[in-house]
Design a protein around this ligand. Structure first.
Ligand code: PGA
Length: 248
C-alpha cells in the first residue's frame, strides 16, 4: 500500500504573517488525519517560521527549489544544507515554472535531485507535457524523456514523482481521471523498466488545478497516490478538504 501524499505548493505567495495565519487555522483542521503525508512548501522566507509552527504536528516542510552546490559564490541560491537547517525534509525539483521562467534543463534538474538526495532531503520531482505536446500526441515521449534524464543515476528512495500537465497548472482545466490514470500508469511502467518492482512503491502525485471538488475522483485512480496543489492550497479550509479526500 502506498501512503497517500498531499502537498501544498504555495509558489510565490504568502508573507510571514500570512504563513502564520494559514498554519494557525490549518493545523487544527488536520490534526486528526492519520496515514497521509501532509506537506507544505512555502517560499524560502517563510520556511523557518513555518518549521517552528509545525513542530510536533503531522505536517512536514518542503522547499520549492534548491541549488546543487553546498555553498559558495552563487548569488541568490539556496543550498541543501541551508534547507535542512531551516527545517525542510522535502524539496520540489523540476517544477514546470522553474523550467519555463528560470530555464532549468533536465541536466540541471538531475544535478539538483542528486544533491538533495546526497543530503538526505526527499524530492518531489515534477514532470509533465505542454498543451502543444499533448495535442501533437507527444505526452508519453516527453514523460519518458523527463524521467530518463531527470532520474539518471538516481535511486528511487526518497523520491516522489509529480505528474503535472502544464496546460492544467493554474488554468482551472484539470486532467480527467482517465487522462491522469493513463499518464500515471505510464510513468510507473517507465520507472519499472529501470527500477523493477521498486516502482510499485513510488508515490505518483497529480498536479494541475486540483481542488476540493475534483480531488476525490482523481484519488480514485489506481495509480494516483496524491496531489501537488497550488491555488487551492492557499486557503486553509480548501487545502484541509483536499487532505481529507474520500476514495469511493
Ligand atoms: P495549481 O498548481 O494547483 O494552481 O494548478 C499546481 C502546481 O503547479 O504545483
Amino acid at each position: 500500500m502506498r501512503k497517500p501524499f498531499i502537498a501544498a505548493n504555495w509558489k510565490m505567495n504568502k508573507t510571514l504573517g500570512e504563513t502564520r495565519s494559514f498554519l494557525t487555522e490549518f493545523i487544527p483542521l488536520v490534526q486528526d488525519v492519520k496515514d497521509i503525508d501532509i506537506i507544505i512548501a512555502p517560499p524560502f522566507t517563510s520556511l523557518q517560521s513555518a518549521s517552528e509552527l509545525i513542530r510536533n504536528t503531522n505536517i512536514k516542510l518542503s522547499a520549492q527549489d534548491i541549488f546543487y552546490e553546498d555553498k559558495g559564490a552563487y548569488t541568490g541560491a539556496i543550498s541543501p544544507v541551508m534547507l535542512k537547517d531551516a527545517g525542510c525534509t522535502y524539496v520540489i525539483i523540476g517544477h514546470s515554472e522553474r523550467r519555463q521562467y528560470f530555464k532549468e534543463t533536465d541536466e540541471v534538474i538531475n544535478k539538483k535531485i542528486k544533491a538533495a538526495r546526497q543530503h538526505g532531503l526527499n524530492v518531489i520531482f515534477c514532470i509533465g507535457e505542454s498543451l502543444e505536446e499533448r495535442e501533437s500526441k507527444k505526452t508519453l515521449d516527453i514523460l519518458k524523456m523527463e524521467i530518463t534524464e531527470g532520474l539518471r543515476d538516481v535511486h528511487l528512495d526518497g523520491v516522489v514523482v509529480a505528474y503535472e500537465p502544464i496546460w492544467a497548472i493554474g488554468t482551472g482545466k484539470t486532467a480527467t481521471p482517465e487522462q491522469a490514470q493513463e499518464a500515471h500508469k505510464y510513468i510507473r511502467e517507465q520507472l519499472a523498466l529501470n527500477y523493477g518492482d521498486r516502482a510499485k512503491e513510488v508515490r505518483i502525485l497529480y498536479g494541475g488545478s486540483a481542488t476540493p471538488e475534483n480531488i476525490d475522483s482523481l484519488m480514485n485512480c489506481e495509480d494516483v497516490d496524491g496531489a501537488l496543489v497550488g491555488g487551492a492550497s492557499l486557503k486553509a479550509d480548501s487545502f484541509a478538504r483536499i487532505v481529507k479526500f474520500k476514495r469511493q
